[in-house]
Design a protein around this ligand. Structure first.
Ligand code: NAD
Ligand code: UDP
Length: 324
């Protein structure tokens, strides 16, 4: 396996968006390896609660700052910078368009500059949205995608594509040590019930006994990944010397109608399913081609949908019990 380094004890890592869902799990995994971690977050979609369990951890620092207003003072050198900050739910695409564009452009450039100064490895959290509404299935990294450049999803899709372009330009021009992970739909504990994405929405509805709002006919598919699998993939990529995009996800492709039924069953709910209007430009299908992740990283997802969704439902139950 071509792994050439291992980030752990003695390494200092900067994580942007560190109080978010995926980033906070990544922070936990880095700390578990012995790294020192500094997280920057403005809490626009994340929460201090996601890292509350790290209070008193001497190797963890949380800094409240908006990346798009220039980096706050960050003394000392970082060995790696993980750029994970960005609102990511399609409901944010209309609520926070400027914030998404800025964090994917100004925020990305600020962190790339810092990575050059520190000679740090720079890992950028990209997305399966880079493929838009794909005409190739499953999607290999070599596919350039089918993105509407000015539709309602474009603020997110294009800012991630810009971030990829910027990352590769810094790699080519400055010789920066880079990595790009194209993340497919990931779910798990610490997602917000009002996040707007399908899985937290369906779980919240199933636990409340209200109808599950499946958009369109529900025949559209996604391939769903439990957060622990994604974080393992991210760390494998971080440890590698792979500079360009690598898909990370699973081949658990499921229609939204089947996903809603599965969540109803696993939650022991009697909620009905209601078909509602579908958002424009919603991708029809999505499944990663994992060949590169397997070959280059030795990545293999381990958590199936029933297990991952059950764990997530349990987490949402603890949230609703706590609020009663
Ligand atoms: P999230 O919203 O929980 O995490 C993003 C974090 O970034 C939040 O804590 C937010 O407050 C912070 N943030 C946003 N703008 C910021 C700014 N200007 N300055 C400082 N902090 C800022 O979302 P997530 O689902 O955990 O996604 C994390 C990353 O992974 C994002 O970059 C997202 O685009 C990417 N991604 C996630 C998925 C997924 O399925 N969860 C899929 C593809 C890509
Ligand atoms: N979706 C749905 N009901 C919801 C939220 C989403 O049917 O309440 C559908 C949406 O139309 C899309 C799929 O679920 O086809 C995945 O949406 P999500 O927002 O989770 O992520 P995306 O992959 O679109 O970024």
């Amino acid at each position: 396996m071509p792994v050439t380094q291992r980030f752990g004890e003695g390494h200092r890592i900067l994580v942007s968006g560190g109080a978010g869902f995926v980033p906070s799990h990544t922070v936990d995994a880095l700390l578990a390896r012995g790294c020192e971690v500094v997280a920057i977050d403005n809490f626009i979609t994340g929460s201090r609660d996601n890292v509350a369990h790290l209070a008193g951890e001497p190797r963890f620092t949380l800094i409240e700052a908006d990346l798009t207003e220039g980096l706050p003072p960050l003394p000392g050198r970082f060995d790696a910078i993980l750029h994970m900050a960005s609102p990511a739910s399609p409901t944010d695409f209309t609520k926070l368009p400027m914030e998404i564009l800025k964090v994917g452009s100004i925020g990305t450039m600020a962190l790339l500059e810092r990575a050059v100064e520190d000679a740090a490895r720079f890992l950028m959290a990209s997305t399966s949205e880079a493929y838009g509404d794909p005409l190739v299935h499953p999607q290999p990294e070599s596919y350039w995608g089918n993105v509407n450049p000015n539709g309602i999803r474009s603020v997110y899709d294009e800012s991630k594509r810009f971030s990829e372009a910027a990352t590769m330009a810094y790699h080519r021009f400055h010789g920066l040590d880079t990595a790009i992970v194209r993340i497919f739909n990931t779910y798990g504990p610490r997602m917000r019930p009002d996040d707007g994405r399908a899985i937290p929405t369906f779980i919240d509805q199933a636990l409340r006994g209200t109808p599950l709002t499946v958009q369109g006919t529900g025949a559209q598919t996604r391939s769903i990944t439990y957060v622990d699998d994604l974080v393992r993939g991210i760390l494998l990529l971080l440890d590698s010397r792979e500079p360009g995009p690598i898909n990370c996800g699973t081949e658990h492709e499921i229609t939204m109608l089947d996903l809603a039924s599965l969540i109803v069953r696993l939650a022991g709910s009697d909620s009905p399913i209601e078909l509602v209007e579908r958002a424009p430009d919603d991708p029809e299908k999505r499944r990663p081609d994992l060949t590169l992740a397997r070959q280059k990283l030795g990545y293999e997802p381990q958590v199936g949908p029933e297990e991952g969704l059950s764990r997530t439902i349990d987490y949402f139950r603890t949230l609703s019990n706590a609020s009663q």
